[in-house]
Design a binder for this molecule. Structure first.
Ligand code: GAR
Length: 192
């Protein structure tokens, strides 16, 4: 178990993946968000995790915002960045600051339904019978970095976006920790 790797979580949403990591004992030392009132930020504060607020309106450009976020994460000595429902594209400068050390969880079987936050709705609209979730390394190309793990999830005929997303999230909560373990095994320097 890789509880000793210092994780920085980026999130904009409800925070169920963040909650899962915290409950499993991962060392989340920083949580950065562009939406300071989101569920993930509230959860982080409740758990005494440092919250970095990076609302776009405070910065002149995306690059400036990402530079500030990068410096803040570095100041917290973050070793692995985990995108868990972060709804902004990261600048190339941010990505290159953590080479091979940014994970993203996405609620579809990439490369299907990538590129945005509506993968579950798109899967339903498309009528696929199987969808799922993917954990991949973040590169400059959105949702296209090397895939570490995927899990398949059946689509039921009566599914709504909410019921399907809930089924996908059960798998997300299993494979995101597994991917962190996998990466830590591959990069021993992640272990202190
Ligand atoms: C997750 O389902 C994640 O896969 C998705 O946002 C949700 C966040 O849930 N990410 C994307 O769609 C990225 N394009 P959470 O706030 O409950 O962890």
């Amino acid at each position: 178990m890789t509880a000793e790797v210092r994780l920085g979580v980026l999130a904009s949403g409800r925070g169920s993946n963040l909650r899962n990591l915290v409950e499993r004992g991962y060392e989340v030392v920083a949580m950065a968000t562009n939406r300071p009132s989101c569920g993930a930020a509230r959860l982080a504060r409740e758990h005494g995790i440092a919250v970095g607020e990076f609302s776009q309106r405070r910065f002149g450009s995306l690059a400036e915002r990402d530079t500030a976020m990068r410096d803040w994460l570095r100041s917290r000595r973050v070793e692995l960045v985990v995108n868990a429902g972060y709804d902004r594209i990261l600048s190339p400068e941010f990505v290159s600051a953590f080479p091979g050390r940014i994970l993203n969880i996405h609620p579809s079987l990439l490369p299907a339904f990538g590129g945005a936050m509506d993968a579950v709705q798109k899967a339903l609209a498309h009528g696929v019978k199987i969808t799922g979730c993917t954990v991949h390394l973040v590169t400059d190309e959105v949702d296209a970095g090397p895939i570490l793990l995927q899990a398949a999830v059946p689509v039921e005929p009566q599914d709504s976006p909410e019921t399907l997303h809930a089924r996908i999230q059960r798998e997300e909560h299993r494979i995101l920790p597994e991917a962190i373990e996998l990466l830590a095994q591959k990069s021993p320097s992640l272990r202190q």
